[in-house]
Design a protein around this ligand. Structure first.
Ligand code: FAD
Ligand code: SF4
Length: 458
């Protein structure tokens, strides 16, 4: 599909600068900066930053360790709660989580402690001989995990620590989920995602089998029968449709598909880059798509959203990134028609302007047209069609596309648990997926133990 995009040669000199444009968005702290920043922490009792962290990292304690020069201690404290602490230090929207809760926002400086950058500093510079966590004695149980994204691998790692063996079934060639295939390249550059997966697997007891898609040859009913428990961490891999005629035309594609190709490209200069592009949506995926297109050399990128800035799911920080990269943002316009040229290729889109009336979004009867060589959909994702082809997975109780679970991440089918983006409710953040995986592993462990205790003769 990506081949359908018109390849506009980049301006002279742009190619050489491409790798720089996709290097770290937030450069790391130097040792001196980390020392100064860690000294700003007040080591609050019952710290609000820890309460705001979905994985419950003891922020005050790891920052104190950094201040005392104990980077290994700081790193272990982080990883104990969040085995993807390295990725989360780079991708977490800290401005709405821990840093938003930091008490230093309210003092004279009015600036939170840079928790994300300090977390990164600890994990980048700590040195371990082998894996920092030991496995408990073997339980003799084997658990199946479907999906090797943050949710699945976090679950697998915790289960392995608790003494279980784990087999991870993954549809794609590489593990890591959206850390490998989705997150903006300038947030997780190079091979960071793969290095983090390798580190996680260092705990031992986890086998990953690639090319295994639930709903294809892999059946939930078989996994349920063969393993002691099953965890589903399959994310949301299908892009939502606009529901317009011309949606399959060359030049119109899902933002997540383009981003996956971009993240896997060895040579960014060889990617087809439209000169003018429209990105439909207002979440972080839309921002990532628009910003990456600009950084690749697209001249004109317009994000279009049917509501106003206040309703956007992208954070204020992300919207600022879009603006500083000269992405145009057009609000109050709903997609109406894909405009095609004589050859059937995308030449733009027609939108109808919208407004709120009694709290409801209504069309105004005014129309706008935006010319573009390509249109990218970033209006949310749903469960992949392959997974939905599995008879038992399809039967799981769902809210819309998402699987319903209880507080312990149990689905309605005993022995089957789920977490990450594929469940409701959820925030669709990496850190949330990691926490789901961790909590599900603890629930699986407890449920297996309770079952074993109930089976003992009295
Ligand atoms: C473009 C984009 C940018 C994002 N940026 C950020 C960000 O900056 N910060 C942030 O916190 N969050 C971000 N997110 C959200 C974050 O990536 C997700 O919340 C997180 O990856 C969810 O983890 P997961 O394990 O549930 O799912 P995923 O990461 O999607 O992993 C699911 C895994 O399951 C596999 N799978 C799918 N179907 C099957 C099947 N049928 N059988 C077997 N395996 C299967 C997939 O191949 C994948 O490996 C972004 C998301 C997108 C799409
Ligand atoms: S709220 Fe801020 S000052 Fe208090 S412990 Fe957390 S990071 Fe430190």
């Amino acid at each position: 599909m990506i081949e359908s995009l018109q390849h506009i040669p980049l301006a002279d000199g742009t190619h050489g600068a491409l790798s720089e444009r996709f290097s770290d968005l937030a450069p790391p702290l130097t040792a001196r900066q980390a020392a100064i920043e860690s000294a700003r922490c007040l080591y609050c009792y019952d710290a609000p930053c820890t309460r705001a962290c979905p994985t419950g990292i003891d922020v005050a304690s790891f920052i104190r360790n950094i201040h005392d020069g104990n980077l290994e201690g700081a790193a272990v404290g982080i990883l104990k709660q969040n085995i993807f602490g390295g990725a989360c230090a780079r991708v977490c929207p800290t401005e709405i989580l821990c840093e938003d809760a930091c008490v230093r926002n309210d003092d004279a400086e009015g600036q939170p402690v840079k928790i994300g950058l300090l977390q990164r500093h600890a994990l980048d510079h700590a040195h371990f001989d082998g894996h920092p966590f030991q496995r408990a004695p073997s339980t003799g149980k084997t658990i199946a995990v479907v999906g090797a994204g943050p949710a699945g691998l976090s679950c697998a790692h915790r289960l392995a620590m608790l003494g279980h063996d784990v087999v991870v079934f993954e549809a794609r060639e590489k593990a890591g989920g959206l850390n490998e295939y989705g997150i903006a390249k300038y947030k997780l550059p190079g091979d960071f995602a793969q290095r983090e997966v390798e580190f996680l697997l260092g705990v031992k007891g986890i086998e990953i089998r690639h090319g295994q898609a639930l709903g294809s040859k892999l059946r939930l009913a078989d996994l349920h029968a063969r393993y002691d428990a099953v965890f589903l961490g399959i994310g949301l891999s299908a892009s939502r449709q606009l529901g317009l005629t011309g949606e399959d035309a060359p030049g119109l594609m899902a933002a997540i598909d383009y981003i996956a190709t971009l993240r896997q490209a060895n040579d960014l200069a060889a990617l087809p880059v439209p000169r003018r592009a429209i990105v439909i949506g207002a979440g972080n995926t839309a921002i990532d798509m628009a910003v990456q297109l600009k950084r690749l050399g697209a001249e004109e990128v317009t994000m279009v959203y049917r509501r106003g800035f206040d309703a956007m799911s992208a954070t204020g920080h992300e919207i600022e990134i879009a603006k500083t990269n000269f992405v145009r943002i057009r609000t109050w316009a709903a997609p109406l028609e894909v405009l095609l040229d004589e050859g059937g290729r995308v030449r733009g889109m027609r939108f109808e302007e919208t407004r709120l009336q009694d709290g409801r979004l209504v069309p105004t009867g005014s129309f706008i047209e935006i010319a573009a060589d390509a249109v990218f959909k970033a209006i949310g994702q749903g469960m992949g069609v392959t997974a939905l082809a599995d008879p038992l997975a399809r039967e799981l109780e769902r809210h819309g596309d998402k699987i319903l679970v209880d507080d312990c991440l149990r689905t309605a089918l005993p022995g089957v648990y789920a977490g990450g983006d594929c469940i409701a409710p959820g925030q669709d953040l990496t850190v949330q997926a990691v926490q789901h995986g961790k909590l599900a592993a603890l629930a699986i462990h407890n449920d297996i133990q309770s079952k074993a205790e109930a089976a003992w003769p009295t």
